[in-house]
Design a protein around this ligand. Structure first.
Ligand code: SF4
Ligand SMILES: [Zn+2]
Length: 135
């Protein structure tokens, strides 16, 4: 028998956290609509982010669309560092303020973000600055 999360009962993570997560997802969808009509800037390296996700074991495809883990609507109670955040990846990758949820929460306290997206961006920056050998 499958279990549905109850929004009225305190869960292990707390119902307020679930509502906060759903609110953030709704805000991300609203921002994505504005980005789609050119009213908000998209992250310049959304493609690099999505390339990182393609290699990630948490990536899931539902209805032909890639998600960071099981979609939030199917699994509202979750640990984002192990389950993913449940957002559609095309929207999340375009959000300049988004990070990959893996290790982001603890790393942002102590220095540069070490999430896979931010690490890939720093590696790409170094590669771009490295002179190519001439033939
Ligand atoms: S955002 Fe991070 S955790 Fe989510 S699918 Fe992409 S690489 Fe994996
Ligand atoms: Zn990051």
């Amino acid at each position: 028998m499958s279990r549905m999360a109850c929004f009225r009962c305190p869960s292990r993570f707390g119902s307020l956290e679930v509502f906060g997560r759903i609110s953030r997802a709704a805000a991300r969808h609203a921002a994505a609509r504005l980005r789609g009509v050119g009213l908000l800037a998209a992250h310049p390296r959304a493609g690099l982010r999505l390339a990182v996700c393609v290699r990630c074991p948490l990536r899931r495809v539902y209805g032909g669309e890639p998600y960071c883990g099981t979609p939030l609507t199917r699994k509202p109670v979750r640990d984002e560092s192990t389950d993913g955040c449940g957002c559609p990846l095309n929207l999340k990758a375009a959000d300049p303020n988004a990070h990959c949820p893996i290790v982001h929460a603890q790393d942002q306290q102590v220095g540069p973000c070490l999430c896979p997206w931010c690490r890939a961006e720093r590696t790409a920056d170094v590669d771009a600055r490295t002179p190519r050998p001439t033939a």
